[in-house]
Design a protein around this ligand. Structure first.
Ligand SMILES: *[C@@H]1O[C@H](CO)[C@@H](O)[C@H](O)[C@H]1NC(C)=O
Ligand SMILES: *[C@@H]1O[C@H](CO)[C@@H](O)[C@H](O)[C@H]1NC(C)=O
Ligand SMILES: *[C@@H]1O[C@H](CO)[C@@H](O)[C@H](O)[C@H]1NC(C)=O
Ligand SMILES: *[C@@H]1O[C@H](CO)[C@@H](O)[C@H](O)[C@H]1NC(C)=O
Length: 429
């Protein structure tokens, strides 16, 4: 095996030296002869090659290649060994390329390089894909904002469809946190959403814009801050106060909730002023359907519970003192009681309970809210014969149902009624 070298350089396997091959005989098909040139050429399986060539395995294809030695390689350590007549004769059979020489080293190096190549290629592909998508989304968002800047200042019926399409695309795109922030950084709040939410006369445009707002602020603290800074809280409260449209109230509540959830500063600023009044106004409005009213009490209940659980979880954790301090400032009791929350809920249920009989999900939403805010309203609710009648009627109706969900709701109501109406009266003590 002397006279052969295996050189592994930079991930390439180079085999230099006298490769012992059979001299082509006359019977050989001449086309099987390897004619070496200065360029790398693939050596076919089992193909005989003349000795003294520069041979390598192409790591991209896994095939053997050979070419003539470069001038610069001659006389260097990489040069093939001088032909050794004995060695040549000893290996004169149709020995394949000398790759069985230390096959473990070669295989190992090929395996490693292939592994690296694969993972690198995959990384690269994933990165390109990521870059492509990201750029596509980003470009799309910038383009949609530009399109809005291009619309005429006076509302045109002919532009309505395009505007709605733009907003629909944005609602879809801005669920993603990065997309939402890109929209905000490119002036989308000022140039697209604010003018519509504040000034547009078209209800469907306002509804779409508020859906976009809800989409971009949901679970996105950075976006919530920007939305809050642009004073959307009071604009939404304004819409809740003045609208009688089911779709609009629903979209406004969704955006309102997305802005406020897990954001105690916004809760404090928005709900201590016009916010709770707007919510209670929705409860009091005879034009608003029960389903939207259920959404209002659910949002209120969620925020009260959020405060309760934060204070509960962090009361033994000194690290959480600043978070706690923010939540302690949330005085839901006075914010809700002053504008008449307890009475408003009482009235809704007393007057509309017949509608509840067919809507167990709505009953459950109200029952949950009643439970959450029970402490602040007990004095009002426990004295209300209308509320008592409403809750007991629904409970009784559901108690005889064969539907498991209704049975469950009926049990929730039963417990609630027990607490609200069966407390021993002070006069009886
Ligand atoms: C040589 O090989 C070619 C193609 O591989 C084939 O067509 C031809 O018949 C062969 N000639 C001889 C003499 O074997
Ligand atoms: C906005 O208007 C300009 C000038 O009319 C135009 O060049 C551009 O393509 C428009 N952009 C979009 C997004 O429609
Ligand atoms: C709404 O319209 C008023 C009066 O035209 C204008 O002063 C205000 O800047 C507009 N607000 C937005 C956000 O476009
Ligand atoms: C429910 O069923 C019970 C007995 O099965 C019956 O006494 C009661 O009147 C029923 N209540 C209603 C509201 O149908």
């Amino acid at each position: 095996m002397s006279g052969k070298q295996v050189v592994i350089l930079l991930g390439s396997v180079l085999i230099l030296g006298c490769l012992q091959v059979a001299a082509p005989t006359e019977t050989d098909n001449k086309t099987n002869d390897f004619v070496a040139t200065d360029e790398w050429q693939t050596i076919a399986e089992g193909q005989a090659i003349p000795r003294g060539l520069h041979v390598r395995i192409n790591l991209q294809t896994g095939l053997k290649e050979a070419k003539l030695l470069d001038e610069s390689e001659r006389g260097t350590s990489l040069q093939s060994q001088p032909d050794d007549q004995n060695a040549r004769e000893a290996h004169d059979d149709n020995e394949p390329l000398a790759l069985d020489y230390k096959p473990d080293i070669i295989e190992e190096s090929i395996r490693r390089v292939k592994e690296q190549k694969k993972s690198y290629a995959e990384l690269r592909k994933a990165y390109k894909e990521f870059q492509k998508n990201f750029r596509t989304d980003g470009e799309l968002i910038v383009q949609l904002i530009d399109q809005f800047r291009n619309f005429s200042r006076t509302p045109l019926e002919s532009e309505m469809r395009s505007k709605l399409d733009c907003l629909e695309n944005l609602e879809y795109l801005l669920h993603q946190i990065d997309n939402a922030l890109m929209f905000i950084d490119n002036g989308g709040l000022d140039d697209v959403l604010l003018p519509i939410v504040v000034n547009d006369t078209s209800t469907s445009l306002r509804v779409s814009a508020m859906r976009v707002l809800g989409s971009l602020a949901s679970n996105n603290p950075k976006a919530q801050i920007k939305v809050f800074e642009k004073n959307f809280g009071s604009h939404l409260a304004q819409i809740l106060t003045s609208s009688g449209n089911v779709g609009e109230i629903s979209a406004a509540l969704h955006a309102f909730g997305a802005l406020l959830r897990k954001f105690p500063l916004a809760q404090q600023r928005v709900l201590s002023t016009s916010g709770t009044q707007a919510l209670i106004k929705v409860l009091q409005s005879p034009d608003v359907e029960l389903r939207s009213k259920a959404k209002v009490v659910t949002l209120i209940s969620d925020l009260v519970l959020e405060k309760r659980s934060v204070l509960d979880v962090s009361k033994d954790d000194p690290e959480a003192s600043s978070t706690m301090a923010q939540y302690v400032l949330l005085d839901f009791e006075s914010w809700l009681k002053t504008p008449g929350y307890c009475a408003a809920v009482d009235t809704v249920l007393t007057k509309e309970f017949l509608l509840l009989l067919e809507q167990p999900e709505v009953v459950e939403q109200f029952a949950t809210a009643l439970e959450t805010t029970e402490d602040m309203c007990t004095s009002t609710w426990s004295q209300s014969s209308g509320l008592r009648h409403a809750l007991l009627t629904v409970r009784n109706r559901y108690a005889n149902s064969t539907d498991e969900y209704r049975l469950e709701v009926s049990q929730i109501l039963a417990k609630l009624c027990e607490r609200l109406f069966n407390k021993p009266k002070h006069t009886e003590l």
